[in-house]
Ligand binder design. Structure first.
Ligand SMILES: Cc1cc2nc3c(=O)[nH]c(=O)nc-3n(C[C@H](O)[C@H](O)[C@H](O)COP(=O)(O)OP(=O)(O)OC[C@H]3O[C@@H](n4cnc5c(N)ncnc54)[C@H](O)[C@@H]3O)c2cc1C
Length: 302
């Protein structure tokens, strides 16, 4: 019997494991090691870790776990979580199973992009999704912005902090009258012809070629993806998704299923930042520890 099973080993799950391990709770962290930011070479904006490689951040966390014997880690995928009398029965893809008093779902989200040809060749190198994460590296460069028009219009205003030279590519999506009016008030350039090809070397964007033959030089940019939960483990237990796409929960990750918590982007999809996901993992771990204490379960000796 584990005190808590943490599903997902991104910043939310890792920080939850650290706090619970230090609280002498018997935790197991199961991770399928498929983080959303694995495509990028450097993560920014995380205090003391600005510019760290995503894999290095995880590696550092795992090194810290070695100080706490209560933390067990497993590279595997949780495929089933069933409610049982004492808590939950967890099953993994590789056939392991165990019981756990509490569960923290920290499984993150996956991204679905507008259908731009060969976008994936550039994503994480010179095309990103969040200016707070990668805007500094693209400052004052000629930028491309791809995505659903309403959202790109909103984002372009924020992006002006980093560059004044922005072209929105609607990739064939027509503009409404109100969108045209909004654009007329700005100096933004908008191209509605579908994108034929992104051109560049080693992931660094140089040009955008449109189906109508126009070629526009760009040195990078942003694409706005739609975000979806990576797993149905929560919804299969009856937890609904909220308007932002996260699982319904209170501010510390309590869901309607007693003992089942959510953290990181499994709980709040926005704002999408490593340090916010990590902080959410901390809050949820503390709530789990309090609930275990109320249940009369005290921390185990090493
Ligand atoms: C290209 C890109 C660049 C980014 N750059 C930055 C940046 O510079 N700075 C910043 O602050 N943020 C950045 N982000 C955002 C950041 O990656 C996320 O905010 C953060 O990773 C969310 O953390 P999380 O723990 O909620 O989920 P994730 O980091 O996505 O971790 C979820 C983990 O759960 C695992 N998992 C899923 N299902 C299961 C299962 N059934 N069983 C076991 N494990 C499972 C996954 O494999 C994954 O390892 C970037 C994102 C992208 C896409």
């Amino acid at each position: 019997m584990k005190d808590c099973t943490i599903v997902g080993g991104g910043p939310a799950g890792l920080n939850a494991a650290l706090v619970l391990g230090r609280a002498r709770r018997r935790v197991i962290l199961v991770d399928s090691n498929n983080a959303r930011n694995k495509v990028t070479f450097a993560s920014h904006g995380f205090l003391t870790r600005d510019g760290v490689k995503p894999a290095e951040l995880r590696e550092l966390a795992h090194q810290e776990f070695t100080r706490y014997p209560m933390i067990e880690t497993l590279e595997d995928k949780v495929v089933e979580i069933a409610k049982v009398d004492e808590g939950f029965l967890i099953k993994t893809q590789r056939g392991q199973q165990w019981k756990s008093r509490k569960v923290i779902l920290a499984t993150g989200v996956y991204e679905k992009f507008p259908n731009i040809p060969n976008l994936s060749d550039f994503y994480g190198n010179s095309i990103f999704n969040c200016p707070y994460c990668d805007g500094w590296e693209l400052r004052d460069k000629p930028l491309a912005l791809f995505g659903i028009v309403d959202y790109t219009l909103h984002m372009s205003k924020v992006l002006l902090n980093w560059s004044k030279d922005i072209v929105i590519f609607t990739n064939g999506q027509k503009l409404t009258k109100s969108q045209v009016k909004q654009i007329e008030k700005t100096e933004l350039r908008v191209e509605t012809s579908p994108v034929h090809l992104l051109i560049g070397k080693k992931g660094m964007l140089e040009k955008v070629e449109l189906v109508n033959g126009t070629v526009i030089e760009r040195a990078g940019g942003f694409a706005t993806p739609e975000l979806f939960q990576t797993t149905k483990l929560g919804t299969l237990l009856g937890i609904k998704l909220n308007d932002t796409g996260g699982h319904h929960s209170d501010e510390v990750g309590n869901t309607k299923i007693t003992g089942f918590f959510v953290a990181g982007e499994a709980s709040n999809v926005y704002p999408s930042q490593l340090i916010i996901a990590a902080a959410s993992g901390v809050k949820t771990a503390m709530a789990v520890n309090v609930e275990l204490t109320h249940d009369g379960i005290l921390g185990s000796e090493d």
